[in-house]
Write a protein that binds this ligand. Structure first.
Ligand code: ZN
Length: 370
């Protein structure tokens, strides 16, 4: 064989290998079923990472498993039926009533905060209301964790992501904890703030009115604590969309739950510990998306709590560096609709619910009786 023919054969073999090698690898990665869906590849990746579970972890997992993805979605849908629920509108008032009735349908006693709000450009205050429900602790009813989301929105759409997604998350945790056989040593309060979009007025009113009532038994000797002592506050605001920045069509491959605390606050140490508890819970109990922790919590209802008690916020993105720089094109827009989001998006919010419930169930010592 002349040297030139040999070289030609070698060249053909090389081209053949170069062309088919990546296809062979790709086929191997896909397995026999063809290309996996994005949700399947998330499950394959998993966030659990083989973390071994103790018996105590398994008991917490039983509580986290009470959360239901379809129920979470249907609660978001229910809220979006009231449109953007902008404060001061009849659709806002109707949504507050619906939230209260839904919480009561699961067996909760509810209460309302009444406060005055002065609309922009007006010099007359108007009355506003927001609702909360409480799971009363069986052995330590005088202590509680607060879980929050804001039920008001803006933008003339349905405020599905901002913040039906966080409101429904808190409601879905309330629904799960109302399941038969669930007990909790400490109390948990589910707070569905109003007037977040106008400057956190609902959460501020709660802190102003109730801070000094903490831990007081009323009436004396009754065993009832209308305002249990605050142990921590976990806020949920914009939970679905992490499509990267610049924004892509689907959930980004590195989509995650962002847990933020405020380093520049009186309770930074305790807040970082609470954030860490949530991070560990995510590793243990979240099924599809990881969580990361950072220290610049801002513009959310946990702000009024941050100098008083451990306070953290869960979001689809970091508020200042990502959301504030255009990471969500539907933010406060008419396109913030239920139909804008896919199951991959809803699942990010659901993973945040798993993250919060896993951490808080441990902190309040919740159990399911078998
Ligand atoms: Zn919001």
């Amino acid at each position: 064989m002349p040297a030139s023919t040999k070289l030609a054969h070698l060249l053909i073999a090389f081209i053949f290998a170069a062309f088919f090698w990546p296809i062979a690898i790709d086929a191997q990665a896909r397995g026999r079923g063809g290309r996996p869906s994005q949700a399947e590849s998330r499950n394959l990746r998993g966030v659990l990472g083989g973390v071994p579970m103790t018996e105590a972890d398994s008991a917490i997992k039983e509580i986290v498993d009470l959360l239901d993805f379809e129920s979470y979605k249907s609660l978001i849908r229910g809220l979006t039926e009231f449109g953007d629920r902008e404060q001061g509108t009849p659709r806002n008032t109707a949504a507050v009533d619906w939230i209260e009735q839904t919480l009561q349908s699961w067996g909760y006693e509810t209460a309302r905060i009444h406060y005055d709000y002065m609309p922009r450009g007006s010099d007359v205050t108007e009355p506003r209301e927001e609702v909360y429900a409480t799971l009363v602790g069986a052995t330590s009813p005088s202590e509680m964790y607060l879980l929050g989301g804001h039920m008001d929105g803006r933008g003339s759409g349905q405020a599905a992501n901002d913040d039906a997604s966080g409101t429904a998350l808190v409601m879905e945790i309330a629904r799960a904890l109302a399941s038969p056989g669930v007990t909790s040593a400490r109390s948990i309060r589910f707070a569905l703030w109003n007037n977040e979009e106008t400057g956190l007025n609902g959460a501020r009113a709660y802190v102003e009115q109730r801070q000094s009532l903490q831990g007081i038994e009323e009436p004396a000797g009754s065993g009832r604590y209308p305002e249990p002592r605050w142990l921590g506050m976990v806020q949920h605001d914009m939970m679905l969309w992490d499509h990267g920045n610049p924004v892509t069509h689907t959930q980004a491959l590195d989509a995650d739950v962002d847990i933020e605390f405020q380093l520049n606050s009186e309770m930074a140490d305790a807040s970082a510990q609470l954030a860490l508890a949530l991070l560990n819970s995510n590793r243990m109990f979240a099924t599809d998306y990881p969580a990361v922790m950072s220290n610049a919590m801002s513009n959310t209802d946990s702000g009024p709590f941050q100098d008083l008690v451990a306070a953290v916020s869960l979001r689809e993105n970091r508020r200042l560096y990502e959301t504030g720089n255009g990471a969500n094109p539907h933010w406060h827009q008419p396109t913030d609709l239920f139909v804008t989001f896919s199951d991959d998006d809803f699942r990010l919010g659901f993973n945040a619910a798993q993250t919060t419930l896993g951490a808080v169930a441990r902190l309040v010592d919740a159990r399911v009786k078998r």
